[in-house]
Design a protein. Structure first.
Length: 598
């Protein structure tokens, strides 16, 4: 392998991961950094040349990567969510897609001066919104469950619909007109839906069969799933162009919705793979952009972009939500969430190459215009949607609420003090006595099994950002922390130290569960014993006269700080892990377990 090729391939991965990390640090949409880095590394500096590095393998690699990304998106689609948002999602991917195609095509014809065939093709390409950009935005915004589900479903389902629509228009364009291509288009629709649905369900069924019969060892389950994704995608595309996107989406959703076998480990593997593939794809495709400023900065292109954001998307949402139970705030948020992603970039790049070869004038404009739309919509929606969601009360970007697993007496006292400080606390317990006592104390409580499949779906976790496992059962605490890592992230799940953790005699692994709470040795048994001997859980408002040093001098080393409430409303949870310990200051409130002072 030539040194230049080796450096180029390694550079794509390094630059992609670096851009993702920088976006995380600055709390901005990662796609913006990926596109900027790719554009600079490609046409500006000349360090990355995808066509030279990959040659004829470029678009096959892009297609297979997109298939994996859409399969991962399908794994996040649970059919049960459609009970609430099904009507709106159906309208968005049908009426909304049709309105977007027509209006975007008219805009392309008038603002960009494209011919009718090319305008119709560009409108079809831009129907897609895409999980590649919507997923990271939703994680950043953290909207309410209903509106988040609608946006997620639309983004994932729209990708194969938009791609198939683009193929239909492309076939009509190559056939020379609507009359000549109408028959071809009808055949394409029937074949795409039939093949995509059948192969997708078959692929999911085979994976479920293999896992349920234990015919595949644990270490091969992820590779086998990946092989099936690539196999059914390729087979579907060979039978009908671009139907593979529908196939892998159906396959992922079918796996997510079935209850026969657990696929959580497959979901985790695909999530990690998706981040890497997105980083590489956006760097590669941005590195192929032309450097001529006129391709991006002419007035028609910006008029087209503005029309998509201010006219096309609001009109599509308005018509799709007529008669729905979505209120005006939710409709406004939907109207401000239509960023385009990798599928639009890949499909436009592929079709532009073929149309240029067929001698279509202005076909080369499809790619720069599409990338301008991608960058513009991600920038506008990514920067404005979080603010709109917060102002309208549809999201809490840094939720301070907590889900308490367990409702023992001392847990209820902690919850009561937090609630008095306007902190959202939800308690769950499988013990009716604890739940009843919690409700009598005015606390939000639920009688559920935290390990049940329905628990996450049934609980309203809007405003909740962390889980604290506080039961006397170490195994339940660990399993609850493991289960909710997907919901709150690894840094957002906490549990009491297991019994015997200090001596190495713990029955559960300290590496599997959440972050250990409060202090070493602060087990459920120890805290309960301290309280039975007279210790109390108190709230202390720190002042200049009575600061943290005075608090320590008064209560000594036996005090166990639990929570620190800052003036900004942020709630800091004390842990026994290594790292900086929060230092309480005047004006802040400290909740802790202390021995009474005479």
């Amino acid at each position: 392998m030539l040194p230049e090729t080796l450096a180029g391939l390694a550079g794509i991965v390094v630059l992609g991961v670096a851009a993702q990390w920088l976006a995380w640090r600055l709390k901005l949409p990662s796609i913006l950094f990926l596109l900027i880095v790719g554009f600079v590394a490609g046409p500006v500096v000349g360090f990355v040349n995808p066509d030279q590095l990959l040659g004829d393998l470029l678009f096959p690699i892009v297609s297979l990567s997109v298939a994996i990304i859409l399969f991962e998106g399908g794994l996040s689609l649970d059919v049960a969510e459609l009970r609430i948002v099904g009507k709106v999602v159906r309208n968005l991917v049908s009426i909304g897609a049709l309105v977007t195609w027509i209006l975007a095509g008219v805009l392309a014809y008038t603002a960009l001066g494209l011919s009718l065939p090319l305008a119709a093709l560009l409108g079809a390409i831009l129907v897609v919104t895409g999980p590649t950009v919507i997923g990271p935005l939703l994680r950043h915004i953290q909207p309410q469950a209903k509106i988040g589900s609608a946006v997620k479903w639309e983004g994932i389902v729209n990708d194969p619909i938009g791609a198939i629509l683009a193929v239909l228009v492309f076939e009509v364009v190559l056939a020379g007109g609507f009359e000549a291509g109408a028959t071809v288009a009808a055949v394409v629709i029937v074949k795409a839906v039939t093949i995509g649905g059948a192969l997708g369900l078959a692929g999911a069924g085979i994976i479920v069969l293999l896992l349920s019969k234990h015919w595949v060892p644990d270490y091969l389950q992820n590779p086998v799933a990946l092989a099936f994704v690539l196999m059914v995608f390729t087979a579907s595309n060979l039978l009908q162009a671009e139907s593979g996107l529908l196939t892998v989406t159906v396959m992922g959703s079918a796996l997510a919705s079935q209850k026969i076998v657990a696929v959580r480990h497959i979901v985790e593997f695909k999530e990690n793979l998706r981040v890497l593939l997105l980083s590489i794809l956006f760097i590669v495709l941005a590195a192929r952009l032309p450097t001529e400023a006129s391709a991006y900065t002419d007035a028609g292109s910006f008029l087209f972009l503005g029309g998509l954001i201010l006219l096309v998307r609001p009109a599509a949402v308005a018509l799709s939500t007529l008669g729905s139970k979505f209120n005006w705030r939710e409709r406004v948020f939907l109207g401000m969430m239509a960023p385009r992603g990798i599928v639009a970039a890949a499909v436009s790049s592929l079709f532009a190459l073929e149309l240029v070869e067929h001698g279509y004038p202005n076909a080369e404009r499809l790619v720069p215009v599409t990338f301008l739309v991608i960058v513009g919509t991600v920038a506008v929606y990514g920067l404005s949607a979080p603010t709109i969601a917060r102002v309208m009360g549809l999201a809490t970007p840094n939720p301070q609420g907590m889900l308490f697993v367990g409702a023992a007496p001392w847990v209820r006292e902690v919850a009561r003090l937090l609630v008095k400080e306007n902190v959202l606390v939800i308690l769950v317990d499988s013990n009716w006595v604890n739940v009843t006592a919690s409700r009598r104390a005015g606390l939000a409580s639920h009688h559920v099994n935290i390990l049940s499949d329905q628990t996450i779906e049934d609980l309203d976790l809007n405003g909740v950002g962390r889980l604290l496992a506080l039961t006397p059962n170490d195994e339940v605490n660990t399993l609850a922390a493991l289960r909710f890592q997907d919901v709150f992230g690894r840094s957002g799940v906490f549990q009491l130290p297991p019994t015997g953790a200090n001596t190495g005699d713990s029955r559960v692994s300290l590496e599997l569960g959440g972050r250990t709470l409060f202090a070493k040795g602060a087990t459920h048994a120890e805290l309960s014993a301290r309280l039975s001997k007279g210790a109390v859980i108190e709230k202390h408002r720190l002042t200049e006269e009575f600061g943290f040093e005075a608090y320590q001098a008064r209560y000594g080393e036996t005090a166990i700080p639990m929570f620190l409430l800052r003036e900004s409303g942020e709630v800091v949870i004390f842990t026994s892990e290594g790292g900086p310990t929060p230092t309480p200051k005047a004006g802040q409130t400290l909740i802790s377990l202390v021995d009474p002072v005479a």
